[in-house]
Design a protein around this ligand. Structure first.
Ligand code: COA
Length: 260
């Protein structure tokens, strides 16, 4: 039996999901997209998991794109379905009720960058390269790349990356707002897990409130967004974690958040 295209391991309250096709630089075929979807559904449903780290197996790539060999034979209808399959996965990740960090350990190209952009935060190794090179295949991004890159990095950078197709290095990606942090490749693992542990120890319902507000706010006008934020803010006063967090501050101790 061939090895699973997606591996899952738990490190305390941090679930690590690894795309596991290192021989193909973790390229996303339909089976891998489906396995990722299942892995994220499981992480969403498990209360003990408070933060997710997504990465790629091997030293070379996060994910080098959608699987070009698989795409080569698709009909237009199958191509559309493949796009929807990828888009649904990225949307599922974006709407996860707990923070998802992409640990970008190498190439994040095409569907790989789209996958990383579906995550809430991105930490890249200084050796990583990111881009939307589909144009070189006579294609366009199909897993949400034109839309999420536009929202993350703006029109000029999106047009340049998608029209020209040349990847950028991690430092340039940070300058463009595509990745949050760049760290030395040797530190990537430790730095990412440090951040993941910090988030895993934070207040889960408040984290979810932030994620919901930002997701809603990215897609509506300011008045509607502010109204949504107010409603979420009010809701926080029903949580034990809000009482605990404010009491801990006043008592000069560390809070212990329960997720209630
Ligand atoms: N889909 C399918 N297979 C891929 C792939 C992809 N997106 N990216 C890499 N692979 C495969 C290669 O075909 C090769 O397989 P093989 O050993 O069976 O021939 C293996 O992964 C290693 O890749 P290779 O190209 O030999 O590595 P490299 O170090 O010379 O180049 C890249 C690395 C990332 C520059 C190069 O693989 C590349 O350009 N990949 C495609 C990037 C892309 O266009 N992505 C967008 C797709 S929508």
């Amino acid at each position: 039996m061939s090895e699973s295209p997606v591996l899952t391991t738990d490190h305390g309250a941090v679930r690590r999901i690894t795309v596991n096709r290192p021989d193909k630089l973790n390229a996303l075929n339909a089976a891998t997209l489906d396995a990722l979807r299942a892995a994220f559904e499981a992480a969403a449903a498990e209360p003990a998991v408070r933060c997710v780290v997504l990465t790629g197996a091997g030293a070379k790539a996060f994910v080098a794109g959608a699987d070009i060999a698989e795409m080569n034979t698709l009909t237009p209808v199958q191509g559309r379905d493949f796009s929807l399959r990828g888009q649904k996965l990225m949307r599922r990740i974006e709407k996860m009720p707990k923070p998802v960090i992409a640990m970008v350990n190498g190439f994040a190209l095409g569907g790989g960058l789209e996958l990383a952009m579906g995550c809430h935060l991105r930490i890249a190794a200084d050796t990583a390269k990111v881009g939307q090179p589909e144009i070189n295949l006579g294609l366009i991004p199909g897993f949400g790349g034109t839309q999420r890159l536009l929202r993350l990095a703006g029109r000029a950078a999106t047009l340049e990356l998608c029209l020209v197709g040349t990847p950028v290095d991690a430092v340039r990606a940070r300058e463009l707002g595509i990745v949050n942090r760049v760290v030395a490749a040797a530190e990537l693992e430790a730095e990412t897990m440090k951040l993941a542990d910090q988030l895993a120890n934070s207040a889960p319902l408040a984290l979810r409130g932030v994620l919901d507000c930002v997701n809603v706010g990215g897609e509506c006008g300011i008045e509607e967004g502010l109204e949504y934020e107010t409603a979420q803010f009010g809701l926080m006063f029903s949580t034990q974690d809000m009482r605990e967090g404010t009491a801990a501050f006043l008592e000069r101790r560390k809070p212990a958040f329960s997720g209630q």
